[in-house]
Design a protein around this ligand. Sequence first.
Ligand code: MTE
Ligand code: MO
Length: 378
Amino acid sequence: MQHAPFQPGMPVGEHPYGAPSPFMRGVVRRWLRGMLPSRLTNVAFTPLAELEGIITPNGLHFERSHAGTPHIDPARFSLKVHGLVDRPLAFSIDDLKRLPVVSRFHFIECAGNNSLNWRRPTTNAVQFTHGMLSCSEWTGVRLRDVLHLCGLKPGARWLLAEGADGAAYARSVPRELWDEALLAFAQNGEALRPEQGFPLRLLTPGAEGSLNVKWLHRLEVGDKPWLTREETARYADLQDDGTARLFTLVQEVNSVITLPCPEKPLRKHGTHRLSGLAWSGHGRIAAVDISFDGGRNWQPAQLEEPVLPKCLTRFHLPFTWRGEEMLLQSRAVDEKGNVQPTHAENLRVKSAKQVYHNNSITTWRVMPDGEVRHVRLA
Ligand SMILES: Nc1nc2c(c(=O)[nH]1)N[C@H]1C(S)=C(S)[C@@H](COP(=O)(O)O)O[C@H]1N2
Ligand SMILES: [Mo]
């Protein structure tokens, strides 16, 4: 039903906690049936094509969970810290909130993002190529402040971060990542969503998603990595000789065009706005170049402020389309000089057998009718 102008609307208080307009019902997380064995261990992808700016609304943050979403009462929750420390301590959420609190804008990306397209393009939607990627303002206390209260013993080099979920999920975190890490209890101004680790998660800016342990209830300090399932059998990069490279922790420079894309075809001839997202686990995005002809010619996109380290960066470029076929690509460069590789370049340094850490340039083929398809150039 269409609302007639100047008629009264819904009463105030009808939605004590607001929800999107009913016209936005299609803007939802989606998962691929059959990708993983059950819905308890699965991934719900963020609808990147529907979003503007750099922040992912909390209800649309991607979710990768290995044993479903636990239901945790924060009043009965505590974080235990022990191992190579002078004083093993337990912190309630209220204890943590009495420490200095900081807020930081950072993306989280699963190392498996775009892995379905490592061998050949198989998913024809930006939601399913790059939707294991989201970005929030995270609020919490610094990991190093908590460790300082416990007092690190000599030899402290690694930390085991364990979640309270049924997966007995745990990852070893090397000391180099401790300084920037947060123990986050809030996301975009409100408490973490249950799917994102309520009431507490580890946040390791720029590192692969799986290090950001959710429902974090235990930190053990040690002198070597624990070699848990999630860093040996999973999230390890299989090499050509059959060995696996462990602890490839940084999410490399990457980008994708979200407009146009398979979900957002071109419907009219004339001027259009190309838009997309770029990110790097090494720091800030320095530049994004756009090609309309499959990588032969490049022109710089405009970066939208703010451009923050280890955070999504939005880029734009106006263009005119008169029905010609185009091969759209974006190529990001970060402040450390890392350049996003073509797939062929990536295959020169990575094994064809590995599935994680695919940051290859993506090609969208725009057809004369304006439809957009995910393709790979030879
Ligand atoms: N306790 C726990 N932490 C976890 C996981 C999990 O299954 N259990 N999944 C990890 C993986 S693989 C990723 S990619 C991120 C995803 O975070 P999100 O679900 O908030 O997007 O959480 C990580 N932390
Ligand atoms: Mo992940």
